[in-house]
Design a protein around this ligand. Sequence first.
Ligand code: HMG
Length: 383
Amino acid sequence: MLAGIDKLNFFVPPYYVDMTDLALARDVDPGKFHIGIGQDQMAVTSITQDIVTLAANAAAHLLTKEDKETIDLVILGTESSIDESKAAAVILHRLLGIQPFARSIEMKEACYGATAGLQLAKDYVLRHPGRKALVIACDIARYGLNSGGEPTQGAGAVAMLVTENPRILALSDESVALTQDIYDFWRPTGEAYPVVDGPLSNATYIDSFVKVWQEYQNRYQQDWQAFDAMCFHIPYTKMGKKALLAGLEGVDANISETLLTRYEESIAYSRQVGNLYTGSLYLGLLSLLEHSENLVPGSKIGLFSYGSGAVAEFFTGTLVAGYKQHLQKTAHQELLQNRQKLTIPEYEALFTKELTNENLAKNSDQTPYRLVAIKDQVRYYQE
Ligand code: HMG
């Protein structure tokens, strides 16, 4: 029996900034952001959106009544927790109306968390025929105004329904994970922003890809030509390309060109959104599937997941017959097009707005799920 991704959707908040505007405001050549980093727009959240609402907005319309009755696992991969103890997945479980006899948990390892969730979900559904799991990758990536990481911020969620006999991507058991205790990016408890060593994070990302890819080749006797596309964790769109180019050194020019073309298709959405942390790899997968005319059922896709700190994993999946019918390209393009562009002063005001009930009450956000009040440390949501 096969297991994998049966349904796939993303949600981003309704605001963005243009990277030319941000570059000019920061006295930087716009070419650095558009070409050097590879970002055109950056998603911005308001205080009414947290990981619960972003995740609920991504998952809600994916789920039928039958799905809600058969989901046994709700896993939220995130590093933007709103609580040190209670998992946001528990709130999500209620908001989405999942049957009560389910496990709901939050998984953390920087941008890798959702991949661990996906593997857990795959193994669960393989052992429990007919049952399903909901995995959501959701984060708000914030480095601070005027910080080095500012152009690599973003926010959003990717929701995946994991089932047996999936209708989009069947996941293979072949995978290689790697753990290395390093400090390239981390956020000590209570800190609003991460501590980042940018050059070390870039170098470790590339080095991790080369290591897991080489180990994968050795273990499973497979080469580049076995793959029709490779998706990467995308903290900014130039990053995955650097790792891909490092791996492709000395590889046949036709194979390289094909994989680089597929890579460009995988970053179309991320160029307009920025880093989703845990969700970035899966937004890349969605972008690839919704932009590539060259993939067919049976195409094999490699996925490289990287979470700072650091855990990496290379795993693979195969597209299933009819997968295109289960994508929502038009809705996703409308979601991106219908966002409101912010001026830099508007973005800065939103970014620094205090999370108070007074400010929540004044907010004009009309997305279906949103935070409306906090009383006695409990968050209340519009449902
Ligand atoms: P920086 O110092 O602002 O930029 O840091 P830079 O000076 O390194 O320049 C970036 C690129 O722009 C360079 O190209 C420049 O040449 C080019 P490269 O040498 O890299 O190919 N450039 C230009 N290109 C065209 N026209 C111009 C121009 N000027 C310069 N005029 C950095 C950039 C990404 C390090 C910073 O933004 C940062 O620290 N970001 C956050 C960390 C990060 O994203 N790391 C990625 C790997 S770690 C990871 O993926 C995990 C993560 O998602 C977290 C998690 O796991 O939870 C971050």
